[in-house]
Design a protein around this ligand. Sequence first.
Ligand SMILES: CC(C)(COP(=O)(O)OP(=O)(O)OC[C@H]1O[C@@H](n2cnc3c(N)ncnc32)[C@H](O)[C@@H]1OP(=O)(O)O)[C@@H](O)C(=O)NCCC(=O)NCCS
Length: 434
Amino acid sequence: MADSNSSHDYPSENPKPDPDANSSLGNDSSIEAIARRVQDSLSLGKKHKFWETQPVGQFKDVGDTSLPEGPIEPTTPLSEVKQEPYNLPSLYEWTTCDIDDEDTCTEIYNLLTNNYVEDDENMFRFNYSKEFLRWALRPPGYFKSWHIGVRVKVSKKLVAFITGVPAKIRVRDEVVNMAEINFLCVHKKLRSKRLAPVMIKEITRRVHLENIWQAAYTAGVVLPTPISTCQYWHRSLNPKKLIDVGFSRLGARMTISRTIKLYKLPESTVTPGFRKMELRDVPAVTRLIRNYLSQFVVAPDFDENDVEHWLLPTENVVDSYLVESPETHEVTDFCSFYTLPSSILGNQNYSTLKAAYSYYNVSTQTPLLQLMNDALIVAKRKDYDVFNALDIMQNASFLKELKFGPGDGQLHYYLYNYRIRHTLKPSELGLVLL
Ligand SMILES: CC(C)(COP(=O)(O)OP(=O)(O)OC[C@H]1O[C@@H](n2cnc3c(N)ncnc32)[C@H](O)[C@@H]1OP(=O)(O)O)[C@@H](O)C(=O)NCCC(=O)NCCS
């Protein structure tokens, strides 16, 4: 059946599987993989020398409901924030990356293309485009100082990167100014030298300098302590290619032609009034999405500027569609996805997997299932190979029926310096990080 089609997870932000994931040994039973999984499960009990020193929920406090929700540490006066950057090992220096500069953007692109997140079996690696990076890193009110690189002093080669962007995030009824941290990457040759903690401390310092004291981030690895753990699901659009490159495998008792037939989609969308979002739709979409996101425990607090930036279509970066009622001309429903290809490592025939990632979707009049089916039709027509979605928001209501299969990738959500009393269900999350 469709829900067992993915033998390899897509490179979610999850280079290692969660040792508790039920699919663990079924897909990959090489000695190396087993050894790695045993190590992973042992490491669950191990100390986090860095994260134990940080204001984040600690494993020892899990289940202690006497601790209050909200900031873990109080804000300190700005004058007490360290004014100088943290020390790097002597061969390296900090650089603030100007992504408007084409050469700098290319350096970042190359670092990430060669060193960023890979799947468990090192078959795929995220390949964020330059246009995507410019979109992700320049939202309203962004700070250049939060685009941080590390260079080799002598050669000036860029060898590490971390970023933040400002975001208003609502937790229950509290709207909190936060940094969304992303693109943490250390060159493969510089791994395991404790560079990541210095980078995290430095970005934290620069976030504090803007009088912001909380952050949100996701990771495939388990750290102290997830506010929620979600799963990726994958909908094949081009099953033949996905099988050829080893992303999925042929189901039991399936032939390739039956598989192609199973995933076939109509040529055109079915919802009357379904069209691409335009600039004039920003106020209506903002109202729609604000109202919709209010039902989730953690969600962004979007204003019109945010909606214009994050949701107005940008070619090969973000696609957004809405339903305008043919009778009332009211905007009633909305769906969107972003474009994040992956490099296919070491395949003779293919070099890139074109993936769409479900972003924000709102259904009020059109059933979510029908809306998402139209999103799949659009993505197929635009030649995407696969459509990915997390089981957050109301996504679980359509995944199985629309023939998404569960991946083995889990994505953990974290907040820095903000305690949530109970772990959240994925369906309580209304936040998508890129
Ligand atoms: C993630 C990455 C930067 C970590 O660097 P590293 O050289 O492997 O690890 P370092 O020795 O510098 O630091 C280890 C510390 O960083 C923490 N760490 C590792 N990955 C992390 C992540 N994704 N987010 C936050 N902290 C992380 C570790 O838990 C450890 O701290 P601890 O002792 O408290 O547990 C590096 O492995 C990398 O670039 N990987 C590929 C890209 C990637 O996965 N990026 C993260 C996307 S979420």
